[in-house]
Design a protein. Sequence first.
Length: 233
Amino acid sequence: MKIIITLCLLFTTALSTVWAQVGIGTTDPQEALHIAGANSNIRIDGLNSLNNTKNLGGADMYNVVVDADGKLSLTEVSGQLSSEASMLAPVVVQTTANSGLNSSELYSKTFTLTEKALVVITYYVSMDFEDTAGATIVDGRAKIAHNYWYLGDGTTPDTTKSYGMTSSVYFNSDAMTATGYVYNSRSVTIPLNAGTHSIHLNGAVFGGGLTSDAAFRVTFGDVDRLDIHAIYL
């Protein structure tokens, strides 16, 4: 009988130990696993530079993320996906005959995310305002040029929503002044899931829809730049 009681006590003690909180460096753990000490840390060999290609070693630090099941892993290294200057062959966009709104796609760029990320898209686009014959504008009327972009699936843009809209207003009544480039630029941060995406940069021109002598054109892209950076979460 004593042997049976002793075994029962040992079993109960072992069972309570299994379900107890575990402390390393402390006899009073406050969580299921409690590592005490001001300089305490956890080492997982599966995340080191020898065993994980996302860990590039050296003194750099890399983000550790957790999935829905609680599994830890390293994210991709944040950084530049694409940076292109003078990527546009100059594109001329002209208003409608009565100077109404008209637009055209200027450039598109495809990129791939291996994980969910915050993506920073920055563009700089030059614009040269001219009348419909290519001469300096001297009518003194205000003229507007917009730049913006659509997000696509690598091929087709979703035109239901535009991003990064910015505009410049130009007017000139003297052939000797207000000539040369005008610039639009904008930076937008957008969260995107893993997969293939594309940026479709557009230009639009508008003169108020007045009369035919108010029509004009803009050459987009003699000087330009598009930068795409990913910040992996």
